[in-house]
Design a protein around this ligand. Structure first.
Ligand SMILES: N[C@@H](CCC[C@H](N)C(=O)O)C(=O)O
Length: 288
C-alpha cells in the first residue's frame, strides 16, 4: 500500500501527518513504528491521523500514535501541527476548530502570526485515587496537588526523586532540577516512564525554573524517548510550578527545539499553549 504523508514539526517535536478524512488507512502498530523509524521509515516522534468529525459540533477527530506504535490520548505540539495541516490542505477555512481526541475535545486556534494557540482543557489531579504508601513507596498529598516520592532502581542504591503528578489528558511526572543541561534525563527517564506507580507508563519532565515567568524543560516521552519539545509536558510543568507557588500564570517554556508559552489561571481553568507549527515536506511511502 502506498501512503501519502506530510512531515511537520512543532518546536522540534516531529510528526508524520496522515490525511484519513476520506478513508481510514487501518494501519497496524508495526506500520506506525515503521513510519516513525528514522533509518527505515520517514522518522517521527509521533504519527498523527486526521479523521472526519465523529459527532455534531466537532470538526475533526485527532488520533495519535507514539513512535513505539502505541495509541495515546493527547499531544500538544501535534495539536498545533494538526491545525496548520487542516488549513493548508483546505480541509477547513475556519481559524478555530473543535477536535475530538481520546481524552476529550481541544480547540486549536490559528493566529495571524502563523503560530497556533490550543485550549488544552483543564489539568486533572488524581489525589482521590492515590493510595498512601502503596507498594512501600511514599506519595505525599498536598491538598489536592500530588507530589510523590519515587524510588528509582533498587531501594538500596536507587535515586529518590520528588515528582509532581498530573494529567493533561495524558500522564506526566515533573521534577524540578538545578540545570536541565546536566539533568540525568537519559538515565532516569526510562526508569520513571516504566515505574510501577504508573501502570499506563508516564512522560517524565525535568524542569529548571529560571524565574517566575520562565522555565527550561526537557521531557523523556512515554513511547518515544527524549524529544526536542513536548507540548503537554510544557503544560504539565507550568501547572506543577504554579501549584507549588513558584511560577506566575503566564510562563515561557524554553525547550531544546523552541519556545512555547503556557497560560493557566488556576484550578478549573483550561491551559492555553501557544507555539510554532511548521510543514517540512510531503511525500509517499510504500507500507508492507
Ligand atoms: N509530544 C507530545 C506528547 C505525545 C504523547 C506522549 N508521548 C504520551 O505518551 O503521552 C506533546 O507535544 O504533547
Amino acid at each position: 500500500m502506498r501512503v501519502h504523508f506530510t512531515k511537520m514539526q512543532g518546536a522540534g517535536n516531529d510528526f508524520v501527518v496522515l490525511d484519513e478524512t476520506s478513508a481510514d488507512l487501518g494501519l497496524t502498530p508495526d506500520q506506525y513504528r515503521f513510519l516513525a523509524d528514522r533509518h527505515f521509515g520517514v522518522g517521527a516522534d509521533q504519527i498523527l491521523s486526521v479523521r472526519p468529525s465523529p459527532a455534531p459540533g466537532i470538526d475533526f477527530q485527532y488520533v495519535i500514535h507514539n513512535a513505539d506504535g502505541g495509541e495515546v490520548e493527547q499531544c500538544g505540539n501535534g495539536a498545533r501541527c494538526f491545525m496548520r495541516f487542516v488549513h493548508e490542505r483546505g480541509l477547513t477555512s475556519r481559524d478555530t476548530v473543535r477536535v475530538q481526541t481520546l481524552s476529550g475535545v481541544i480547540e486549536p486556534r490559528l493566529n495571524a502570526d502563523g503560530r497556533v494557540t490550543v485550549d488544552m482543557g483543564a489539568p486533572i489531579f488524581e489525589t482521590a485515587r492515590v493510595p498512601f504508601d502503596a507498594d512501600g513507596l511514599h506519595p505525599l498529598a498536598r491538598g489536592d496537588w500530588e507530589q510523590w516520592h519515587l524510588v528509582l532502581g533498587s531501594r538500596a542504591e536507587g535515586d529518590v526523586i520528588s515528582v509532581g503528578v498530573l494529567s493533561m489528558g495524558n500522564p506526566h511526572a515533573v521534577q524540578i532540577v538545578e540545570d536541565v543541561d546536566t539533568a540525568p534525563v537519559a538515565r532516569q527517564g526510562p526508569l520513571i516512564e516504566n515505574h510501577p506507580r504508573f501502570p499506563q507508563r508516564v512522560n517524565a519532565g525535568f524542569m529548571q525554573i529560571v524565574d517566575r515567568g520562565r522555565i527550561r524543560l526537557r521531557v523523556f516521552e512515554r513511547g518515544s524517548g527524549e524529544t526536542l519539545a513536548c507540548g503537554t509536558g510544557a503544560c504539565a510543568a507550568v501547572v506543577a510550578g504554579i501549584r507549588l507557588g513558584l511560577l506566575d500564570a503566564r510562563v515561557d517554556v524554553q525547550t531544546r527545539g523552541g519556545l512555547l508559552t503556557i497560560e493557566w489561571a488556576g484550578l478549573g481553568h483550561p491551559v492555553l499553549m501557544t507555539g510554532p507549527a511548521v510543514t517540512v515536506f510531503a511525500g509517499e511511502i510504500e507500507l508492507a
